[in-house]
Design a protein around this ligand. Structure first.
Ligand code: ADP
Ligand code: GLC
Length: 483
């Protein structure tokens, strides 16, 4: 049976992206189409979204919406079916989706994302189109959708997906009226979160089902250590929490046909990979040599990603004669730390600050290993690309990282099952020990090749995850129709 879904998200690749959320929201429609699920995505009308619209099928005026008069544009952008909330006063601004060009959050973010949820209510009432069978809400920016459905009697079921529990959308209670939220719902079972309004909390409280992006993270967030204040609520709802791993686009990430590489290669022809390695070294100003592992990083430079720890481990990396190529952007202190290391140690450490899709491909296709020392990781996409490209992931044993990487310990090596190196706890000494293990494995060329081949054979595409989402959507609908 076919299903129609409206996804609600603040980001969608390729139009607007700050992280993996955009990749996932951008990839799910095509992946779900193969499972008989059609998806239209409700997104804010940021300038980049408006500019990308190709065919606007319908314009639905919305008077009296929170945040001021707006329109919903039902339109296409490339292969994406969109419902765009067009309100220039809220979204037509320079800078990122959440912050001004200096990096400061827009002060009216609660209004901007409450408006998005109110627009979802209009779509649920059939504004412009047949209402869908189900709403799929992503992260705190869509958290008020399930809550508003409950308050306004919308009967369409909701699935709330957590991509990152660290971002919760917590705002002062005096905004209730301005955000169009009923004061009667300001209680511990509803909108209230530590005396404030909690957008994500509301989504978790009212959604029919909750998912997060890996089974491991689904368990972790029910504990105080990873629950970020929401573990109690998540434990209460444990029966309706499911972990579904992310995938990556295996056409975009395909080492056998990747235009960003100087040499395409496959599991069987790994020798050709050397040319990408040499190109990577040249591009990062590293000495072009083949007797030391080249470590790569493609990441937000933040505390979550453990990048402070990696910066502290740099003397160790250098003492072992390894090379490091870093591509990323994020916290100014970490950008400065890696930039500084590159200028102090040219030939050994290279650093590019900023976002660069093409260079990300070259790092994956040329580096020997990709470092992902995250303190927590809901899923992680970088290590999935790394597996597919035979750049062995060296990662913290948390969340989606431990769900997707098989540590190449002795037993796994003997069984041909190892695909990377996992370490715990997430600490500098444990990271350094893992680097030693990596170096030893790298020197054993046959063993290394075996692990590369196993890594590249790992299933990282969207077809498995899409089946799980589609199955879950059907289950949720069935549950609703029964109860
Ligand atoms: P998160 O969403 O927490 O940042 P993910 O691993 O889920 O982490 O997704 C991040 C995505 O963005 C990955 O596909 C990664 O390769 C990519 N990425 C991160 N930083 C950069 C960068 N500086 N240049 C290019 N791609 C990047
Ligand atoms: C978040 C998480 C990351 C995950 C991504 C997509 O940004 O930090 O682990 O892969 O969302 O779900």
């Amino acid at each position: 049976m076919s299903l129609s879904v409206i996804a609600v998200s603040s980001e969608i690749f390729p139009l607007v992206k700050t992280g993996g959320l955009a990749d996932v929201v951008g990839a799910l429609p095509a992946a779900l189409a193969g499972e008989g699920v059609s998806v239209r995505t409700l997104v804010p009308g940021y300038p980049a979204v408006i500019a990308a619209l190709e065919r606007t099928r319908k314009v639905v005026p919305l008077e009296g919406l929170v945040g001021g008069p707006a329109r919903i544009l039902l339109a296409r952008a490339g292969d994406l079916e969109l419902a765009v909330l067009d309100n220039p006063a809220l979204y037509d601004r320079p800078g990122g989706p959440y912050a001004d060009p200096t990096g400061a959050d827009w002060p009216d973010n609660p209004v901007r994302f409450a408006a998005l949820a109110h627009a979802a209510v209009q779509l649920a009432h059939g504004a412009g189109d047949e209402p869908p069978d189900l709403f799929h809400c992503h992260d705190w920016q869509a958290g008020l959708v399930p809550a508003l459905f409950a308050f306004t009697g919308v009967r369409i079921p909701t699935v709330m997906t957590i991509h990152n529990l660290a971002f919760q959308g917590q705002y002062p209670a005096y905004l209730l009226g301005e955000l169009g939220l009923p004061a009667s719902a300001f209680h511990i079972g509803g909108l209230e979160y530590y005396g404030d309004i909690g957008f994500l909390k509301a989504g978790l409280a009212y959604a029919d089902h909750i998912t997060t992006v890996s089974p491991g993270y689904a368990l972790e967030i029910m504990t105080a250590g990873y629950g970020m204040g929401l573990d109690g609520l998540l434990r209460d709802r444990a029966a309706t929490v499911t972990g579904i791993l992310n995938g990556i686009d295996t056409k975009v990430w395909d080492p056998t046909s990747d235009d960003h590489l100087v040499a395409a290669y496959s599991r069987r022809h790994l020798g050709k990979r050397e040319r990408n390695r040499a190109e990577l070294q040249a591009r990062f100003g590293l000495e072009v040599q083949s007797d030391t592992p080249v470590l790569g990083v493609v990441s937000r430079l933040t505390w979550q990603k453990g990048m402070d720890m990696l910066a502290e481990a740099l003397p160790f990396v250098l003492s072992q004669g390894m090379q490091l190529a870093v591509l990323g952007s994020g916290e100014p202190a970490l950008e400065a730390a890696f930039g500084h290391a590159a200028s102090l140690h040219p030939g050994r450490v290279g650093c590019r600050l900023g976002y660069d899709e093409s260079l990300a491909h070259l790092i994956q296709g040329g580096a020997d290993a990709i470092l992902v020392p995250s303190r927590f990781e809901p899923c992680g996409l970088t290590q999935l690309c790394a597996l597919r490209y035979g750049a062995l992931p060296l990662a913290a044993r948390v969340g989606g990282l431990s769900d997707t990487i098989v540590d190449a310990n002795e037993m796994a090596l003997a069984a041909g099952a190892g695909t990377g190196i996992l370490f715990s706890p997430t600490s500098r000494p444990a990271l350094e020990m893992a680097l030693l293990r990596l170096a030893a494995l790298w020197r054993d060329r046959d063993a290394w090749r075996g692990v590369q081949r196993a890594a590249m054979a790992t299933e990282v595409g969207w077809s498995g995850p899409a089946k799980r989402y589609a199955g879950l959507f059907h289950d949720v609908l069935e549950r609703r129709s029964r109860g």
